[in-house]
Design a protein around this ligand. Structure first.
Ligand code: MN
Length: 307
């Protein structure tokens, strides 16, 4: 399941493509997209991409009224749609993977699908960045909500949706990371830690280089393995590969795909003076990373012929 508005729809297309390309039997994948206002022409492009692999794609248009009054900050309304996943997707589904739109899938998603949940309702990867100031949860107990493995049946049985919406109403403006905070509050001590490779966040590189992996709940060796063989690369926060100012080990891999699949996608992100300035600020950091010999492995993708 993914959720997007028009602004992120083609980046979502890259996530979908990378899932399809890396799985052994793409025709077994069913995509459910929570649509926050995607244009008909973009929709047909995504439909034809999925059709190339004989997979399925289902559009679901949630009622925006249910999410009215939720704080948006720098995000779009679509971020909240995952809170209602269980009531929005067809009721016969009892398991689902939620994916953000700023990801690159690098290994077979079926491996993630088969990860044990050990009786918990969701599986996630610890958030490697700073812990949020607004809620009282230890850093190591706070997960990143960009990749979620969800037992939908248990989610429905435990009335999770009602708890999530109640928390939204009471906390609202106080939430720093919005629905990620709410998910963390509701699932506190009740989530399964997935292997780090399934949500490889930008700070994983510096944690290894600066010997700071002990600050996390993952062993050092798991960082080394995840960097060598990532399952899902998450370009979170300021590391969006389509931004001119970003340096990320997998930026080029990502842009090679998006330039071929959706050559017009970066046009909407015209380089502004601000972006150029931001990039200048990043250069020094980049040189340091370069001297640390930070590099990406190579991941091969096969782009379907463009019509
Ligand atoms: Mn994200």
């Amino acid at each position: 399941m993914l959720a997007s508005d028009e602004n992120y729809a083609l980046w979502m297309g890259v996530v979908i493509f990378s899932c399809l390309d890396k799985t052994a039997r793409p025709e077994l994948l069913d995509f459910y997209i929570l649509d926050a206002g995607i244009s008909p022409s973009t929709k047909s492009r995504l439909e034809s991409l999925v059709a190339d692999y004989q997979a399925t794609l289902t559009w679901i248009v949630p009622d925006k009224k249910r999410f009215q009054g939720f704080p948006l900050k720098r995000y779009g309304i679509a971020t909240y749609y995952r809170l209602a996943v269980a009531s929005l997707v067809p009721s016969h589904l009892n398991k689902i993977i939620y994916l953000d739109c700023d990801l690159l899938v690098a290994r077979d998603i079926v491996e993630l699908w088969q990860s044990p949940l050990d009786g918990n309702i969701i599986g996630a990867v610890e958030n490697l960045g700073v812990s949020p100031k607004d809620i009282d949860i230890d850093r190591q107990d706070y997960f990143n909500a960009g990749v979620l493995l969800i037992d939908l049946a248990a989610w429905r049985d435990s009335n999770i949706e009602a708890s999530l919406f109640e928390r939204m109403d009471t906390l609202n403006e106080r939430l720093q990371y919005l629905d990620q905070d709410v998910l963390n509050l509701v699932f506190r001590h009740r989530w399964t830690r997935l292997p780090l490779c399934w949500n490889l966040q930008p700070s994983a590189w510096s944690k290894v280089e600066k010997n700071k992996t002990v600050q996390t709940g993952y062993p050092h060796q798991e960082f080394v393995t995840a960097l060598r063989e990532p399952g899902i690369i998450h370009f979170l926060a300021k590391s969006k590969p389509w931004k001119f100012s970003t340096f990320h080990p997998y930026k080029q891999t990502y842009m090679d795909i998006s330039n071929q699949l959706f050559p017009d996608a970066s046009d909407v992100n015209k380089v502004t003076a601000m972006e150029k300035l931001n990039r200048l600020w990043q250069v020094e950091k980049h040189i340091k990373n370069f001297s640390r010999n930070r590099k990406s492995g190579s991941i091969d993708y096969t782009i379907p012929p463009q019509k």
